[in-house]
Ligand binder design. Sequence first.
Ligand code: 2HG
Ligand code: ZN
Length: 480
Amino acid sequence: MTLSGITQRLSHQRTRPPYPNCFTSGVTDSLADALIGIVGSAHVLTGPDMCAPYETDWTRRFSGRSRLVVRPGDAGQVAAIIVACADAGARVVPQGGNTGLVGGGVPRDGEVLVSLRRLEDVADADPVAARLVAGAGATLASVQHTARAAGLAVGVDLASRDSATIGGMIATNAGGIHVIRYGPMRAQVLGVEAVLADGSTLSLLDGPLHSSAGYDLTGLLAGSEGTLAIITRAALRLVPEPTDRAVALIGASDTADAMALAAAARALPSLDAIELFHDSGLALVRSYSGLAAPLERDWPAYLLVECAGSGGTFDELSAFLTGTGADRDIAVAVDPQERRRLWAYREQHTEAIAAAGIAHKFDVSLPLSRLAGFVAAADARVAAHSPQASTITFGHAGVGNVHINVLGLAPDDAHIDDVVFRVVAEYGGSISAEHGVGTAKRDWLHLTHSAVEIAAMRAVKQAFDPKGMLNPGVLLPAQA
Ligand code: 2HG
Ligand code: ZN
């Protein structure tokens, strides 16, 4: 099942709170009338049932009320919406596929929610320039499909590919499983088109590949979480589509052993992914999916290594595995179906956790040499905070990005957030690696970012959005 599939299933199980600021059907105000004039009545949603799917994020921890939901069909309509909202003094929350995990893409207090999903056009890939232009609402899967038709691929891939949109992925500087090879989303974006807070459009889609003329505005908007502008289209760089892949799942005696294997695997020329998970996550995935045990025996930790290229990946991976020691418990797959099966143990973590409860999610990054120590310390600190909590840790071991998921606690238990983020700071990490800061983490930004850094970020926000209209409350902590 895809992330969108489980979202639908889980949203049916939820009881919905009342939404006093989301109008009941048929009742409008002058802003709604103005927006209907821009996008048509079919694309201004004003009833609580209509707005509800846009008001809770994927974690189910973060939800709020919108004034209404508006669904523009092109960048011109986005610009007109921004002007209408500014005139009405309304604030705006942009949203892509609503696969976010940090409360950054859902309303908080009666904002206008601008859903970019209708901006889903994907132009054919340009094989000479190895680039493609996609609307902000195009899903990653649809862009991957178009790139593949030209023998090319997108350098970023993640489990929510069927629902996550290009605009949202840029706004959060998403990472995923290939960061080790191609870098995060910011490194895939050649240029963007974006609507600024004054309704003007910044058009950076067509520039030359290489330019050092001034500030990198595209790079700045990547990771800005909708607080500086609303991204409407993007030009993405493409990479050669691998035609040959081999995957290995290796049992490890503990996180440190897995990280030592990961360090050795980083030297593989065709390395495409290095992923980590533990026995606790595997048990949850197996009971959720019914999958059999992946290896001959159970291990405390597991490392998944994938090589991809145009030939010889199995031999390259085999030579590496031989060098890891004679008594290793390993499964290797070349056949696509078998590779998918090995990947399922890792990729189904998020869904399996969501099926078990509402988790506190910590997407953090650590210096590679301190990651194993951090995982042990975080586990111990969570257990000391609350014996009924269970911790599941997995992630992108090759780049030091781990996802700590804590189950068994109340969704509004902010103390646990404090406990985990303080361990991150102690171990020299960052409180967000690839999901963004959102509303979930802004109050802990100061733990890993200096006052000078936060002041510079505030100055940027002030320059782009002096009235604080775009995604208020996200990324930057409230000022005392
Ligand atoms: C992944 O790596 C995603 O699968 C989701 O970033 C992580 O569910 C999570 O905590
Ligand atoms: Zn991840």
